[in-house]
Design a protein around this ligand. Structure first.
Ligand SMILES: Cc1cc2nc3c(=O)[nH]c(=O)nc-3n(C[C@H](O)[C@H](O)[C@H](O)COP(=O)(O)OP(=O)(O)OC[C@H]3O[C@@H](n4cnc5c(N)ncnc54)[C@H](O)[C@@H]3O)c2cc1C
Length: 455
């Protein structure tokens, strides 16, 4: 029997940032971080490592959480000489549709009003505000908000690799990417320096008495007695919740990621994260169509595929690698490792990319062997996280971080720590608690939920 004050199940970015906030910022002693694998090696090691404060409503909760999280990441970057290489290149949402350009403007105004920063519209006419290109590596003293570029000539001057069909590009500025491993290790090392200990084991059972958490059982027979339990089990959030007798409203979605060599330099090495905001139908030859018809799994590839394919350069100026992601099937699945192989994914993503980056056609049929990896977005129905209390005293959760867990981690860990310590809860806390689903007004809102901002 081991005794501890706090047991955190899961040493992904969620568990690590919770441990950091509790130990380093709140001074909690005797915290155990229990994981059946190596810290930061599951979902948190397979992301695209991007961040943005640009999130749709309803309400400003997501923008507020992300602004807080990015404030905290920037503070850590300043303290450490930016050891985790945070940049501020932005996200560039592009469209070839005039209607979608109008939607971009409308949703841009709404998101700006939620606190994401000003929206500057550049229509190519005299009197436009100045458009300031992003610095490739700098994260400080960069523009806030977003720039909506509506003049194709201006868009192509700044982003010449885009298709000439582009009519609008929304450049979101409090956004970019960073090394998730380095940020995670920074938080973990600091947490360890403040006494957090790692336990390598699987949590298999959780004890409670009179509605209060009392301890956990580990595979191999050990037990931990503690006052506080934190479920940070990532894709296993639901299973671990069930050990407390609570059914969490979450599911898992498989998301894959392609890393390929852009040997011809089609995507500029200084490019932002580039996103195609239009749905598209892929072109297939008659022979390919026949093949696809015979493959039941491939039927959807002949239909219109959703918007959202995105890509960015990865590594330094000398690296030829670009990452590309497109979750065109968004299937709910049970998480298994290694993730299921999808032999068609690289071909589909390459073809999808050519719609926004025509130069990528050069790699069709002759792309070097791409590297495929990925993981699971663990999500609630409305794609908002779960951070707060279980209806079991002493038990808390931090998860359902979907495709934004790295960018949200520093804010989510802080919020979790406030819940545990009974401290100050910011206005957005209620929007991420499990109790929100008890509110009939919230449940009505769920039925009419619009876009979730997922990439
Ligand atoms: C393809 C892809 C791209 C993404 N891109 C981005 C991005 O650009 N930006 C961004 O912010 N986010 C991104 N994400 C999302 C981000 O990776 C996740 O939200 C985040 O990593 C979730 O962290 P976590 O700590 O909750 O889960 P994990 O990292 O999965 O950690 C959970 C840990 O819990 C442990 N565990 C589970 N059950 C038990 C048990 N019973 N006993 C002991 N240990 C247990 C696991 O071993 C694991 O280590 C992406 C995700 C994917 C899949």
């Amino acid at each position: 029997m081991i005794k501890a004050e706090v047991v955190i199940c899961g040493a992904g970015i969620a568990g690590v940032s919770a441990a950091y906030s509790l130990a380093v910022e709140k001074g909690v002693q005797n915290i155990l971080l229990v994981d059946e694998g190596a810290p930061l090696s599951l979902t948190s090691d397979h992301s695209t490592e991007c961040y943005r404060n640009w999130w749709p409503g309803p309400g400003d909760a997501m923008v507020a959480l992300m602004n807080r999280s990015i404030d905290r990441m920037e503070a850590l970057a300043r303290q450490t000489g930016n050891t985790f290489r945070m940049n501020r290149r932005g996200y560039l949402y592009c469209t070839a549709s005039p209607n979608r350009a109008a939607e971009m403007r409308k949703s841009g105004e709404q998101i700006s009003a939620l606190g994401a920063g000003p929206l500057r519209v550049h229509s190519g006419k005299p009197g436009d505000p100045a458009y300031r290109p992003a610095h490739p590596e700098e994260f400080q003293d960069q523009p806030e908000g977003a720039d909506l570029l509506l003049d194709p000539a201006v868009i192509l001057r700044h982003f010449p690799y885009l298709t000439e069909k582009v009519v609008a590009a929304l450049h979101v500025r409090r956004a970019g990417w960073f090394s998730a491993q380095q940020l995670g290790m920074l938080l973990l090392e600091r947490a360890k320096a403040h006494g957090v200990r790692i336990v390598s084991a699987k949590v298999i059972r959780i004890d409670q008495s009179k509605g209060r958490f009392t301890g956990v059982h580990l595979a191999g027979g050990k037990q931990i007695q503690a006052s506080v339990f934190v479920n940070a089990a990532g894709p296993h959030l639901k299973t671990v919740g069930q050990m407390l007798g609570v059914e969490l409203p979450v599911f898992n979605e498989l998301h894959q990621k392609l890393a390929m060599r852009d040997t011809q330099g089609i995507l500029d090495r200084n490019a932002p994260l580039v996103i195609w905001s239009d749905p598209q139908q892929l072109d297939w030859s008659a022979e390919e169509q026949e093949y696809l018809r015979e493959e039941p799994e491939a039927q959807i590839l002949q239909e219109e595929l959703p918007a959202g394919i995105h890509t960015r350069p990865d590594g330094g100026a000398d690296s030829p690698i670009v990452l590309a992601l497109w979750e065109y099937h968004t299937r709910q699945v049970e998480p298994v490792w290694p993730i299921a192989e999808d032999p068609l994914y690289p071909e589909v993503v390459m073809r999808g990319l050519t719609r926004m980056l025509p130069g990528m056609r050069t790699y069709l049929q002759k792309a070097g062997k791409p590297r495929l990896d990925g993981g699971y977005y663990t999500k609630t129905p409305e794609n908002r996280p779960l951070i707060g209390r279980f209806p079991v005293e002493g038990a808390f959760m931090i998860g359902a971080l979907s495709g934004y867990g790295l960018m949200a981690a520093c804010g989510a860990g802080e919020l979790l720590a406030e819940h545990v310590m009974g401290g100050y809860l910011p206005p957005y806390a209620a929007m991420f608690s499990l109790e929100r689903y008890d509110d009939p007004g919230y449940r009505r809102m769920l039925d009419a939920w619009g876009t979730t901002g997922q990439l």
